[in-house]
Design a protein around this ligand. Structure first.
Ligand SMILES: [Zn+2]
Length: 407
């Protein structure tokens, strides 16, 4: 199947009309960043979602709507009724789980969602399959053992709201409806993420990509499947947004193990509140482990690990080797800590798991007053450098903005 993306934006389009935000402003000035509401033409025959001016958008992409036999709507459209271009069949929403066989040889099946709207599975005459989901939607019934509407074979291509509803992709991955060879195309792009490199980086971390309006894609012809980053270190100062960035990077993956390295702190209400807040922010399919024992986790295969954070791991390690006592530090403490750091770095190098680790960037602040404070700062700087050396991706987060230092 050949797909032409007539639009790739959110229902209101990008920039949103009259929106004063910085992202919309950037989309006004950068002509290639503007996106019409998402609408996809499949083999010139099936139109998924109808947006204003489809004939014009098609013409701009070098396509015609004359051969369209079916117009399918995936979600209720707000605003005034859309003008239907002459010659187009009346749009239709297929009932849940209903099948539609088209004379062109395409088969369309409506996919049940967990929100108002309908997803569509389209099978081409050659047997290639794609899944198209409306904005903000995730498929329903995928997690109950059965695979719901998504068959056991991964789709060749899925088009969905990766940024607005990352757990939709996590669910599809969990049900194996999205596999390593599935082309994941982000559509319904809204003003949540600045266009350009930041948008590309965010989508690449999810194993997805987006294309400008007017692009034609061929299902199954996908030479550049973006490789999902394996090891990432996210560093930043206090309240820089580093934890949120790390969580976002794994939001499209199921079953992530969140490793809180503070250990079990019985009777520490502030710590309990912090863990509770993290837990609320995270998808329900994630699991939390409160431990500083990172090496066994890295050694065994399993779902992605989110380690938050290395500074607390180091605090625990320095506590346990007696690093705050000068004479003990000079005789055995430094050596024992070195062994622990070596073991951790070795485990990161050898791990087969996807890992995102968070750490504090403390070296550029004021010099700590105490010897133990300076010792901690120095050891954390060294640990960050050695951990970073084993990571394909390293990010620095400042004021909520992540800058890639590597990858
Ligand atoms: Zn805006």
């Amino acid at each position: 199947m050949e797909l032409t993306l007539l639009g790739t934006g959110a229902p209101a389009g990008l920039p949103r009309p009259d929106c004063p935000c910085a992202v919309c402003a950037a989309c006004v000035t950068g002509r290639t960043n503007a996106r019409a509401a998402t609408s996809v033409l499949v083999d010139g025959t099936v139109l998924l979602d109808l947006t204003p001016g489809p004939a014009f958008a098609a013409a701009r992409a070098g396509r015609s709507l004359q051969g369209v036999r079916q117009v399918l709507l995936s979600h209720p459209h707000d605003g005034p009724a859309m003008e239907l271009p002459a010659g187009l069949p009346a749009p239709l929403r297929v009932a849940e789980r209903q099948d539609l066989a088209l004379i062109s040889g395409h088969r369309v099946r409506a996919v049940a969602l967990d929100s108002p709207g309908t997803g569509y599975q389209v099978t081409g005459p050659g047997g290639d399959r794609l899944l198209y989901l409306p904005p903000g939607a995730a498929p329903a019934g995928l997690e109950e053992g059965g695979r719901g509407d998504a068959a056991s074979v991964p789709y060749d291509m899925v088009l969905l709201d990766v940024l607005g509803r990352p757990e939709a992709l996590a669910r599809l991955r969990e049900a194996r409806a999205v596999g390593p060879a599935t082309d994941v195309v982000a559509v319904h792009i809204d003003h949540g993420v600045p266009p350009g490199p930041e948008l590309r980086r965010r989508l690449a971390a999810a194993g997805a990509h987006t294309e400008p309006d007017g692009t034609t894609l061929v299902v199954g012809d996908y030479p550049d499947v973006p490789e999902i980053p394996r090891r990432t270190l996210v560093v930043g100062g206090a309240r820089s947004g580093k934890s949120a960035e790390a969580e976002q990077r794994l939001a499209t993956f199921p079953g992530v193990v969140y490793v809180a390295t503070g250990g079990k702190r019985e009777g520490d209400p502030e710590w309990a509140a912090r863990i509770g807040a993290h837990r609320e922010r995270r998808p329900p399919s994630w699991r939390t482990e409160e431990t500083c024992d990172l090496v066994p986790l890295l050694d065994k295969p399993g779902p992605p690990l989110l380690i938050d954070c290395l500074a607390l791991w180091l605090t625990d390690a320095m506590d346990s080797v007696g690093a705050w006592d000068d004479s003990r530090w000079a005789t055995v403490g430094a050596r024992m800590l070195g062994e622990r750091v070596d073991a951790l770095v070795e485990a990161v190098r050898e791990t087969r798991r996807t890992v995102v680790a968070v750490s504090n960037e403390v070296g550029s602040g004021i010099v700590p007053d105490t010897a133990s404070g300076r010792r901690f700062r120095d050891e954390l700087g060294r640990l960050n450098a050695r951990f970073a050396a084993e990571c394909e991706h390293v990010l620095l987060v400042t004021a909520g903005i992540a800058q890639p230092l590597r990858g």
